[in-house]
Design a protein around this ligand. Sequence first.
Ligand SMILES: Cc1ncc(COP(=O)(O)O)c(C=O)c1O
Length: 407
Amino acid sequence: MEALAINGGKPVRDLSQKPWPSWPVFGEEERRNLLEVFESGKWFFGEKVKEFEERFAAFQQAKYGVSCNSGTTALEMALYACRIGAGDEVIIPAYTFMATASAVVRANAVPVFADIDLETCNLDPGEAERKLSERTRAIIPVHIAGLPADMDGFRDLAQKYNLKIIEDACHSWGSRWRGKGTGALGDCGVFSFQMSKNITSGEGGLLVTDKEEIAETARSFSNCGREETAQWYQHFRFGTNIRMTEFQAAILLAQLSRLEEQTRHREATARVLDEGLRNIPGIKTVPRDGRVTRRAYHLYVFRFIEEDWKISRDRFLELLKAEGIPASAGYSPLYRNLAFHRFTDNGFPCALTCPRSGRKAQYENVFCPAAEKASQQTVWLPHWLLLAPEEEMEDVVCAVKKIRAAF
Ligand SMILES: Cc1ncc(COP(=O)(O)O)c(C=O)c1O
């Protein structure tokens, strides 16, 4: 049996000889666009931002795009534009990034956790339905890792109970459900262009929608409550300033020109990983769903079943790393974060503690079994690994098989 790299054996992939692709990918086009903006002296929200908004909205097949400075503020903008506020409840998945919840709290509404489907790690519409109350106004499905959530199910719920659907599409640039782009499937959807994302300007965000009213309200919110045709010092709402700069848009336009090709490449390499990993005992890959007609891979996710391996998932991650495969454990159930248990320490968020909202939000007894399992079982591979040539995916498969053989 081959010695494991952690015990002094030869790693499957020697990163000093054969590094994985680096991220971000950038080049002459970014440099040219940036210089153009720099030399023009027009650095404030203008032509490049507008061009990027239009091009990105078209990329997601949405009518309107409204930019801002992060995925987090895009969520706040979406909630505002959907008129979610004090006293409202919003259903969110238990397995997601903190921003999905904190944006709801900052809108003075109450996040209510619902469980995920363990196979996809996405919010389960049936579980969301079980958490509805007379105060529920919206659901935020998150397309985790770029895999679209079950949008048929969420659209049915929206119709049946008159709810808004805000897609957290912060992992799903380019993903399609039954041929239509994520973000444009519900009332609106939001994207992140933060550094780790598949298209990035360091920070940045954008809302897409097919609904003119949502687009206009979102724009006004992002721009100090202004309206497009009114005078500069006329304000119609209590908005904020989260405008994107021309520098960010200059970079994003260049990044967008590569996104289609990179998305296809990641789909092809992910397919190779699916084929190679699928039949390894104790490894569960994400099942394919014919309704997902294209998907971004922000992460390649598989599950590691400890009972089948007799080692912990975290030990497996250490062994994988030693073999030259960068992998991480991913999210813990979000409701376990101290923010949900120590209201007195974090600025008394009004929505969760104010007697006027009718009751005090309680998270002590929240328990979502599938999210708990996912947090123990998931293995995340980063999207930039998928940019390596198809044949190099064999290194990942070999490393997993090598570790398996050692146990
Ligand atoms: C699912 C999800 N939603 C929202 C965000 C927030 O995006 P940003 O970091 O641009 O604020 C992230 C960022 O990682 C995310 O992963």
